[in-house]
Design a protein around this ligand. Structure first.
Ligand code: WNU
Length: 152
């Protein structure tokens, strides 16, 4: 059996490899590891549904997801991208204080996500200015690309 300490070390070094968190001070990263939850998903499962309220941020530790979105003139939500290990999602609802703006669907069996709740996300982001401005800019860019593709 894996010890708590080994698990901590494993997630710590994984999170260090996530580009978004590379510059985060050691004690902040350690704190995130302490309050992480790990969630597993199967192919076709909705991790996030467009229009629902959301209070969590996800980092993919294993597997793959697809991002889909309802767009004008299409009956079915359109696939807009795939995300894999080290990618993250769910930041937009937290930052813009809005409902979920796209669907996130599991695309590989036994996909694992590290889940951070709103309070811990705010602590992680809010106390680190570079991260905050980076994510804010990114989220504004997402809103612009939503408009370009006529998202509903
Ligand atoms: C997109 N438009 C919208 C992605 C993940 C992280 C970053 C892109 Cl920094 P949410 C649904 C989530 C949303 C985003 C993610 O889907 N998403 C997009 C788009 O073009 N959302 N509106 N591309 S992948 C991605 C950049 O994380 O957050 O909480 O839930 O609205």
């Amino acid at each position: 059996m894996q010890t708590t300490q080994a698990r901590h070390q494993e997630y710590f070094s994984f999170l260090r490899s996530v580009s978004l968190l590379r510059e985060l001070p050691e004690e902040k990263l350690a704190k995130i590891v302490d309050c992480l939850e790990v969630d597993c998903f199967e192919i076709g499962e909705y991790i996030i549904r467009e229009g629902e309220e959301g209070n969590t941020f996800f980092i993919i530790a294993k597997g793959e997801v697809i991002v889909t979105q309802s767009t004008e003139g299409c009956d079915e939500p359109q696939e807009i991208k795939t995300l894999g290990v080290g990618d993250y999602f769910g930041e937009k609802a937290l930052i813009s204080e809005d409902v979920r703006s796209a669907n996130i669907i599991c695309n590989e069996s036994d996909t694992q996500c590290l889940v951070v709740d709103r309070d811990n996300f705010n602590q992680m982001v809010g106390t680190f200015d570079e991260l905050q401005s980076y994510l804010k800019k990114y989220v504004e860019e997402l809103s612009r690309s939503d408009v370009r593709r006529n998202a509903l």
